[in-house]
Design a protein around this ligand. Structure first.
Ligand SMILES: [Zn+2]
Length: 121
């Protein structure tokens, strides 16, 4: 038998989850740099606020990275799944685009001293 108290508790937990999610989303800062990793090694770093188009040559293929209006996205790639193109635009700290076939990660980072796990190597 479901008690009224249980329902209130469940609703409270759901509400708490929504609030936490909102806080996390708001906590995401607009990034300032786009860092390119191939096979977990940094191969490039670009300013997110400077519009540019970069051809990223990996061991497995090519990705075309476009940086425009503070957003980074892949416009072209010769990987078989094209998932990296479908991932769309990223602009906030911690957001990333992954191209699994090319072992490529494109990650947005801020300049507030926050370091990624890769920086510690
Ligand atoms: Zn891809």
């Amino acid at each position: 038998m479901i008690k009224k108290r249980d329902i209130i508790l469940a609703l409270g937990l759901i509400l708490l989850g929504i609030v936490c999610y909102g806080v996390i989303r708001l906590g995401q800062k607009k990034g300032s740099q786009v860092i390119i990793y191939e096979d977990q090694k940094e191969i490039g770093r670009y300013d997110l606020n400077t519009d540019t188009t970069k051809e990223i040559q990996t061991a497995k293929g090519i990705n075309i990275l476009e940086i425009k209006n503070g957003m980074a996205y892949v416009t072209e790639a010769d990987c078989p799944d094209q998932v990296c193109i479908r991932m769309g635009k990223i602009s906030k700290t911690g957001e990333n685009i992954v191209c699994l076939p090319h072992k490529l990660v494109i990650q947005v980072e801020g300049d507030d001293g926050q370091k990624s796990e890769y920086d510690n190597r």
